[in-house]
Design a protein around this ligand. Sequence first.
Ligand code: C5P
Length: 222
Amino acid sequence: MFKRVLITSGPTREPLDPIRFLGNRSSGLTGMNLARVFLKKYAAEVVFVSGPVCRYPSGVTLVKVETALEMRDAFFKYFSGADVIIMAAAVGDFRPAGSSQQKIKKAGFPLVMKLERNPDILKEAGERRTPQQLLVGFAAETENAVKNGKRKFLRKNLDLLVINEISAENPAFGAVRNRVTLLTADRVIPLPRRSKSELAAAIAIQVANLSIMRKNRGVPRE
Ligand code: C5P
């Protein structure tokens, strides 16, 4: 049983002006199903840091955010007390440099928008994590999924990477079913196309297995 599982979920919204934003198609469904399965079977507490979505899980410590910067702040408030950390959010990689205080008018085109980088929360989590914490990241790949995934796994100092294999037939984002491959330090586990609740259950089993293996080994990871 884990004490606290920290999950990021959903999209982020980066404001352009008071009413418009840059966002993405994440529905937050995978994160919500992960929250449910961990709460039901594996965790005393689930902290759920989520961008704006239609439905949120019940029974969690819910922290609603909009932007990547807000998500980062909320995430690191709960980070050190978490034994499992799952980053399922589709965090926007960039934001408009200085959003307008007033609604942007139709005049003055072409309109040029400057973008700046958002923090990579997962990368920072990989740098700050302790050997006792289990860190799970997600990736969306359209080609060379396993090869690219292995690089990401090492670069971000993860224990488990969930690779969404994006194609016309498997859009993943906003879809009800999804096909993923799970990557650990020593295993590549392709899963068949499944509902997101079945996928969440499979991910939770892997996390529980990793935790048991680590305890059995008794050696903290470098
Ligand atoms: O490198 P890439 O953006 O493909 O990595 C995706 C993973 O990183 C996901 O787990 C996502 O939640 C996380 N991420 C993040 N902060 C960002 C971008 C992605 O935590 N700014």
